[in-house]
Design a protein around this ligand. Structure first.
Ligand code: OAD
Ligand code: ZN
Length: 270
């Protein structure tokens, strides 16, 4: 840790890639691993355009379940430490694969959401994007405050048993069904976010890979691009991943602990 912070103090440009592990300590399940969502649910039945076209009600119910969980969760010390880090370096970009919006709620502003945001909407026919506010207007059940207030019993009754297909949001432009504002398997990533992410990976002095299994492309290639361009590569993850062997530093502990410690030391020495 001491050697690493000494190097980090000299960095002018820092990029951080985060994954579901960063939100695990806020009580949001990750995708892989023994308690992971993809262990309990089949991604092809929930997170593809095909699944949405086959059974939009089923897909929306699953997303509303996750949205309720996220609405009641709070950012943890790891999110807060990352939000502080953006103020400590002249150039900084947070690249997140998470759709939960917890980084923004913790105060991060220099960020791109590579896989979208679960509280936003997207028409799968014409591509129109709906902000959180716009989605709530055409689909009041997706409102964060509404979902947060629902007890488990009420959620079961109103959403899991009660939601009707005719209540699902329709696009204001083309009239097709609007889906959640996240990237599904087989879909391309938002172009602007992706090009910013590649640029940040190519041009940083230090690249962090935090709480991600580094298995899903193209995000998983970012750490290796950074490394190839000469960046110091750091991993924070209790488990080993396919990129571990390329890293200059690895911290095998929960991200909240390691990130808080890093920020504390950075501040002490500035
Ligand atoms: P994964 O579930 O694949 O990986 C989560 C990682 O977090 C694992 O490597 C864990 O070891 C690690 N982890 C668990 N607890 C942690 C903690 N407290 N601190 C630090 N790390 C911890 O999640 P992602 O890598 O984010 O895509 O998955 C990438 C993408 O696959 C997701 O964005 C999602 C999924 O399918 C889409 O939905 C498009
Ligand atoms: Zn449309």
């Amino acid at each position: 840790m001491k050697d690493f912070v000494e190097l980090l103090l000299k960095a002018k440009s820092v990029s951080i890639l985060t994954g579901a592990g960063v939100s695990a300590e806020s009580g949001i399940p990750t995708f892989r691993g023994k308690d992971g969502l993809w262990n309990k649910y089949d991604p092809t039945e929930l997170a593809t355009l095909y699944a949405f076209e086959e059974d939009p009600l089923r897909v929306w119910k699953w997303y509303l379940w996750r949205m309720r969980l996220i609405a009641s969760a709070r950012p943890n010390a790891g999110h807060r430490a990352i939000a502080e880090m953006e103020k400590l370096f002249p150039k900084f970009l947070l690249i997140t694969q998470n759709v939960d919006g917890l980084h923004k709620r913790a105060g991060s502003r220099k960020l791109v959401e590579l896989h979208g945001n679960i509280f936003e909407g997207k028409c799968r026919s014409c591509g129109k994007h709906y902000s959180e506010e716009e989605l709530s207007r055409i689909f009041p059940l997706a409102d964060k405050n509404y979902l947060r207030e629902l007890s488990e019993e009420e959620f079961k009754e109103r959403i899991l048993n009660g939601l009707k297909e005719r209540e699902l949001p329709e696009c204001l432009i083309c009239g097709s069904l609007v889906g959640p504002g996240v990237v599904w398997f087989g879909e391309s990533l938002p172009e602007n976010a992706l090009s910013q992410a590649f640029k940040a990976a190519e041009n940083c002095d230090v690249f962090f890979s935090v709480g991600t299994s580094a298995l899903v492309q193209p995000a998983a290639s970012l750490p290796l691009i950074a490394k190839r361009q000469g960046a110091i590569l750091v991993e924070i993850n209790p488990e080993e991943t396919p990129i571990s062997s390329y890293c200059d530093f690895t911290f095998r502990a929960p991200s909240s602990e390691v990130l808080s410690e890093i920020v504390l030391r950075l501040k002490e020495q500035r």
